[in-house]
Design a protein around this ligand. Structure first.
Ligand code: GDP
Ligand code: MG
Length: 373
């Protein structure tokens, strides 16, 4: 229920039970030491002591209605190497978009005869046979929304730091996100074409935040680049490939797919369109799928080059057509046995969501019960 006895509440507030009982009497509440208080009473008392009761949504795995329904663990021998998934992070205006576009243009468009790229929120490049997947979404959002759903959509973070500006608040935020996700960081020291660029100053500042450059005896890879002039991007890509090799990223391509929604929208002609990053397994045209409260069947898949795909394996970003509704970014998508189970899972989530909203049935996590105002 989430309510406490007088004794428990006193412990929680770190006060004497007797003092609390006196306080209660002052509030017109006569309560025994082992009496359970109502939520309203608890709120009144907490307010007296300058606390606010915080109700937490239940985050128990069992009650996580958005979790995967068929997340069977793979056997080691079924795992195969897969491409790394890269997120670009960094302070505003330090060149994230320019870098993503530069890599995309040089590696994708130029490499193909009249290649028409389309923006689907993620793209893949091929560096000497090694594929690399880049998420085009703002790194911070990708991290927070996806991790909230339990999806780890990124393997390596590229931290873009402008050499003429140095480490800024969002740079530090990005470092912290990547660190808490346990994701390796490669630093792209950008804008080295600027006359006032000071790449060594950036490296000095990085050191102060626990990222010691390799050339200074640490283990953080730093690459000086100019996204604008497309300088040294090859070296950056090479470092990504190297880091990915060390990470030994694996997945099982021979199983039902699961992945994460990168972005989704309602297209006038095509209905709900979702960009999905396949995390594991292989997604196929015809698969029954469920993503959040949306369900359906994969009607068609299109990659970032506008090519139709029949199948999409691990770490492939792909646009998926055929969902009934528009899922949320960060929702997990998975292939299930048939239409009926897809609809069933989606319906269960809708019902649960509705019930939660109606009863506001939240449980109180004792550790987080009180947050000081
Ligand atoms: P974002 O906010 O991190 O996505 O930054 P943008 O990619 O939008 O870049 C911000 C500004 O910096 C734009 O005017 C870019 O043209 C410029 N810029 C990005 N990379 C470079 C670079 O390597 N050299 C120079 N001189 N300017 C750059
Ligand atoms: Mg940008």
């Amino acid at each position: 229920e989430g309510t406490l006895t007088v004794k428990e509440l006193a412990e929680e507030l770190e006060i004497e039970a007797n003092d609390l009982m006196t306080k209660l009497i002052n509030l017109g509440i006569m309560a025994m030491i082992n009496q359970e208080l109502t939520m309203e009473q608890m709120e009144n008392i907490a307010a007296e002591y300058g606390y606010q009761i915080k109700e937490e949504e239940n985050t128990d795995d069992e009650d996580n209605i958005y979790g995967l329904v068929n997340d069977i663990e793979d056997k080691e021998e079924d795992l195969e190497l897969r491409p790394p998934v890269i997120t670009v992070m960094g302070h505003v205006d330090h060149g994230k978009t320019t870098l993503l576009d530069a890599i995309r243009e040089t590696e994708v468009t130029a490499g193909e005869a009249g290649g028409i790229t389309q923006h689907i929120g993620a793209y893949q490049v091929d560096v000497d046979g090694q594929k690399i997947t880049f998420l085009d979404t703002p790194g911070h959002e990708a991290f927070t929304s996806m991790r909230a759903r339990g999806a780890q959509a990124t393997d390596i973070a590229i931290l873009v730091v402008a050499a003429d500006d140095g480490i800024m608040p969002q740079t530090i935020e990005a470092i912290n996100h990547a660190k808490s996700a346990g994701v390796p960081i490669i630093v792209a020291v950008n804008k080295i074409d600027r006359p006032n660029a000071q790449p060594d100053r950036v490296k000095q500042e990085l050191t102060e935040h626990g990222l010691v450059p390799e050339e200074w005896g640490g283990n953080t890879i730093c690459v000086n680049v100019s996204a604008l002039k497309k300088e040294n991007l090859d070296e950056l890509l090479e470092m990504i490939v190297l880091t990915a090799e060390m990470e030994e990223l694996k997945a099982n391509p021979n199983r039902a797919a699961n992945g994460v929604i990168i972005e989704a929208e309602l297209d006038r002609g095509r209905g709900p369109v979702a960009t999905v990053l396949v995390n594991n397994g292989t997604l196929k045209v015809g698969d029954a799928i469920v993503a959040g409260v949306a369900s359906g069947r994969v009607r068609a898949m299109v990659n970032d080059r506008g090519e139709r795909l029949e199948e999409a394996g691990p770490a492939t970003p792909v646009e998926v057509l055929g969902l009934s509704d528009v899922p949320n970014a960060g929702d997990l998508l998975e292939a299930v046995e048939d239409d009926q189970s897809a609809r069933g899972v989606a319906q269960k989530r809708k019902d649960k969501k509705r019930a939660d909203e109606l009863t506001r049935n939240t449980t109180v996590n004792l550790d987080d019960l009180f947050s000081q105002i």
